[in-house]
Design a binder for this molecule. Structure first.
Ligand code: ADP
Ligand code: MG
Length: 368
């Protein structure tokens, strides 16, 4: 792990989920899910509401038994090991602080139930209070704390006994934007300092991309793709992943063909060239390009860029960036996002070029 002192001699765990399935009656909440969680990584489970993220986290925690499949931790089958013997740290929605205990009593609780000596408890709690920035608040009850401070207590209580795994289920979804960003940085730092394996659940794509060493994308109880934030964002394996991670422009291509190590296809009267990222020649595909990778111009464009003609329909100002809404000759709508400082004021109904570097476009199968 990078930087700083370790909290103790706790050993981060690695977990292998092998063909996990979970049904509730006839309903499949998880289907044949296999995933290797590496020792000390920050893995985020990302997906829309109802996609099975919490169900999978509850199975990892030992609160829910899978219908099929096995869980293996550090080489040992733990599928039937009860939650209290897994001893993971947890910060869940609705997994509240004890309201009648002070900050330090809340943090001390997991050490007390583990029968640690009072000297040990005093030292560990003191360290943890300082680590989450709550010095001076030790004697307060949770009701006297702000939402962010309460989440810090919850994090401290989950980490104080040096668990081998920390599970977090949408811990910041109730916080406002600024506080959420602060807590994200806090969690990232705690991950680096403890070296513990973190499994974090969110439905917020920017939170997932900002925090994680890897992101696992769920939909309808299936794991669709897992990879580093840059890889899943820049090279999504299918349309759901591409669209869930951010806005994307899709151009249907005709006459798809190979040209050396590149793919090419026709869009309206233009040839679009793409890096050949998938063996899908012969099938229908769309060219996919993120709005921030495209630029608008009225003059010449260089040969290493794709370009299509569009008409500007409008613009939305977002402060740091401005998003242009455009339409191609045959009616495909496009969005182009440019830094506001770099944009000229382009009036609606102007005909422009929209261009992008060849390497920023990729192919997605139609209908995926
Ligand atoms: N105990 C349960 N009984 C019946 N259905 C459940 C139960 N727990 C979860 N589900 C269903 O499983 C699906 C996945 O739920 P969940 O894992 O909570 O999704 P997420 O956390 O991604 O929002 C949902 O459709 C939910 O209604
Ligand atoms: Mg959930």
């Amino acid at each position: 792990m990078p930087q700083s002192t370790q909290l103790g001699d706790s050993k981060a765990a690695e977990i292998k989920a092998v063909s996990i399935g979970k049904t509730f009656g006839a309903f499949h909440a998880l289907r044949n899910l296999s995933l290797d969680i590496a020792r000390g990584e920050f893995l985020t489970l990302l997906g829309p509401s109802g996609s099975g993220k919490t169900t999978f986290l509850m199975i990892l925690a030992g609160f829910t038994a899978p219908t099929t499949g096995r869980l293996v931790m550090d080489g040992e089958d733990i599928t039937d090991v009860p939650a209290e013997d897994r001893s993971y740290g947890m910060v869940f929605q609705g997994y509240a602080l004890f309201p009648h205990l002070t900050v330090e009593q809340n943090i001390a609780f997991p050490l007390k139930v583990r029968g640690r000596s009072s000297a040990d408890i005093k030292r560990k709690v003191g360290e943890m209070v300082a680590r989450v920035g709550l010095s001076g608040h030790e004697k307060k009850l949770p009701a006297k704390l702000s939402g962010g401070q309460q989440q810090r207590v919850a994090l401290a209580r989950a980490l104080v006994f040096e668990p081998s795994v920390l599970l977090l289920d949408e811990p910041f979804s109730a916080l406002d934007k600024n506080l959420r960003e602060m807590m994200q940085q806090e969690v990232k730092r705690l991950h680096q300092e403890t070296g513990t394996t973190f499994v974090f659940v969110t439905h917020d794509q920017s939170e997932a991309l900002a925090l994680s060493s890897r992101v696992a994308i769920f939909n309808h109880g299936e794991l669709l793709q897992v990879g580093k934030p840059q890889d899943v964002y820049e090279r999504p394996g299918n349309r759901f992943v591409a669209e869930f991670l951010g806005e994307i422009n899709l151009l249907p291509l005709d006459a798809l063909r190979l040209e050396g190590d590149r793919a090419a296809g026709q869009f309206e009267e233009r040839t679009i060239v793409l890096n050949r990222t998938m063996p899908m020649i012969g099938s229908d595909a769309v060219a996919a390009i993120r709005p921030e990778h495209m630029t608008i111009g009225t003059g010449q464009h260089s040969a290493d860029r794709n370009a299509i003609t569009c008409r500007v329909e409008g613009a939305t100002y977002f402060g740091a960036s401005t998003k242009y809404h455009l339409r191609t000759r045959t009616g495909t709508s496009l969005a182009v996002s440019m830094p506001t400082a770099a944009t000229l004021l382009i009036a609606p109904q102007t005909d422009v070029w929209v261009s992008w570097p060849v390497h920023q476009g990729f192919l997605l199968p139609v209908g995926s």
